[in-house]
Design a protein around this ligand. Structure first.
Ligand code: ADP
Ligand code: MG
Length: 389
């Protein structure tokens, strides 16, 4: 177990909190503030305990001078101040006299936000390559380090891993919840347990299949990756997405776990200018499959209704297009009615849930890449570096 923010006496202490304020923005306007809101419990807790809060976050990628302007955290500071109903001091630099002065004058229960940590990437990727001096410098500003940026935990950067070497450390409430939800479904799931895997490439999900196949009762495969498995069973797949290099892997899995792996029996295809639902075995040479069909949905639902635990990663169709969203929407609807535990992980899977406004699940992970790494059974550097309780 990792230390958490609850394990510290923070009164009067300078507490550096690494948050994930990597919000989508268009022309400096925040289009979705979910990530800011997700960080509030940790921030509010620290403030209520009398901490002097110093926030660090990245925003987008910074490669050129132009990116500096585009990726400033200034509007995030403004939004955060509205949400907290409290002044947020915004420091326009990532190191220097101004920052040090503002930190020195912070009072108990006050909060400041440092400019985008990736501004340090402009001269040699200091943040992203975890420059040791940078981590040490940021650590010198505080007394305690709390990591609550789950979305960057699979990365080894100066503002999460580098800084942690020099201070007592713990995780915030957001990371605590992510770890709890994932460890429960991966080590001790209530049975029956189903995993739904979809998305585009088999290659991206091999690690997940290998890590979870022994533990699950059912592996339902949909979306682009199902075609490699269907092809491995000699079904016609037309011109649907195929990962040639992974055919052998798919064959091996199907041979070893035939009973567990459930594949689509029908799908929605683009056939010249038409959109047609067809049985997989009747797929024509030029068809391209973009969504699962009704029979498949029905079969998937029958299985899911029996399950006490369901984990879903990867949309089962090209949900970005209205013609191919039905499978993903129907599964979201079905899963939201289940009584057992339902966890959604993966960037596009979470985006689909948000898009269709079906979000009533046990847990929707806030970290795309980080949640995939957890599902693959990998350790995350941003969590490894935190002190044990
Ligand atoms: P996640 O981010 O949740 O891990 P992925 O990145 O693996 O999910 O996959 C999401 C993408 O897969 C979506 O952009 C979706 O359009 C695409 N996709 C799903 N089914 C198909 C399909 N049959 N053909 C092509 N692309 C698909
Ligand atoms: Mg994705």
């Amino acid at each position: 177990m990792k230390k958490t923010i609850r394990d510290f006496d923070m009164e009067g202490k300078k507490v550096i909190i690494r948050v994930d304020f990597n919000v989508p923005m268009i022309d400096g306007v925040i289009t979705d503030d979910t990530r800011i809101k997700a960080s509030l419990p940790t921030i509010e807790y620290a403030l209520a305990k009398g901490a002097r809060v110093i926030l660090l976050s990245h925003l987008g990628r910074v490669k050129t001078q132009e990116d500096l302007h585009k990726n400033s955290l200034e509007s995030v500071a403004f939004r955060l101040s509205e949400l907290l109903d409290k002044e947020v001091i915004f420091v326009t630099e990532t190191r220097g006299n101004l920052l040090e002065n503002e930190v020195k004058h912070l009072e108990n229960g006050q909060i400041l936000l440092v400019e985008n940590t990736r501004f340090e990437d402009l001269n040699g990727s200091l943040e992203s390559k975890n420059d040791p001096d940078l981590g040490k410098y940021w650590a010198s500003l505080g007394d305690i380090f709390i990591n609550d940026a789950f979305g960057t935990c699979h990365r080894c950067h100066a503002s999460n891993v580098g800084i942690s070497k020099y201070l007592p450390t713990g995780v915030g409430f957001l990371i605590e919840k992510e770890l709890k939800e994932f460890s429960e479904i991966m080590t001790n799931p209530q049975r029956p347990y189903a995993v739904i895997l979809g998305g585009a490439k088999v290659e991206d999900k091999i690690g997940i299949i290998e890590n979870l196949i022994e533990k699950v009762d059912y592996l339902l495969i949909g979306g682009g990756m199902s075609y490699t498995f269907l092809k491995a069973k000699d079904f016609p797949i037309g011109k649907s997405m195929l990962d040639e290099g992974k055919l052998e892997f798919a064959k091996e899995m199907l041979k070893k776990y035939e009973e567990k792996i459930i594949l689509p029996v029908d799908h929605v295809v683009q056939r010249e200018n038409q959109i047609v639902m067809t049985a997989i075995k009747e797929t024509k040479e030029d068809d391209i499959g973009y969504d699962i069909g009704d029979q498949t949905l029905c079969h998937f639902k029958q299985i899911l209704q029996k399950c006490k635990t369901v984990l879903w990663n990867g949309p089962v169709g090209m949900f970005e297009k209205e013609d191919f969203e039905h499978g993903t929407v129907s599964l979201l609807e079905e899963l939201s009615t289940l009584k057992g535990k339902v966890v959604l992980g993966g960037g596009d899977t979470s985006a689909a849930a948000e898009k269709f406004m079906i979000t009533d699940f046990s847990h929707i992970s806030t970290g795309g890449g980080a949640s995939l790494s957890l599902l693959e059974g990998k350790t995350l550097p941003g969590i490894e570096c935190i002190d044990e309780a």
